[in-house]
Ligand binder design. Structure first.
Ligand SMILES: [Zn+2]
Length: 116
């Protein structure tokens, strides 16, 4: 975590921060769309870029207790989702090291270009 330089993602299906348009993730790196965040729909990504993580927090979720860190856009510092550090339920361990992005906080650059 913690990139020194802003990374630009190429190709189709690039998700960016809704506020400052910094590229954050590729649609091809989505593992699941069946997640719910604080603002509704959320997506699970294998990896993301241009974010910084906050402090570790132990949270009780519908799928059990997890250690997570909220993640923020590196450029504008807005909350965009969280990353799973540790899952206590064995069947949830596949999420460790992966990232949740709130659909509300990101937009598909290639699909919604010009909307703003
Ligand atoms: Zn931003």
């Amino acid at each position: 975590m913690g990139y020194m330089h802003q990374v630009f993602l190429g190709g189709k299906g690039v998700y960016a921060c809704r506020d400052c348009h910094t590229h954050i993730a590729l649609r091809s790196r989505v593992e699941s769309k069946q997640y719910t965040g604080q603002y509704g729909r959320a997506l699970l990504f294998v990896d993301v870029v241009n974010v910084r993580a906050g402090d570790e927090d132990k949270r009780s979720m519908t799928t059990g207790v997890h250690i997570v860190r909220d993640i923020y856009c590196m450029r504008c510092n807005k909350y965009v989702g969280w990353t799973y550090i540790k899952a206590f339920e064995p069947d949830q361990r596949f999420k460790e090291g992966k990232f949740i992005l709130e659909r509300e906080r990101i937009y598909d650059v290639t699909r919604e270009w010009g909307v703003y």
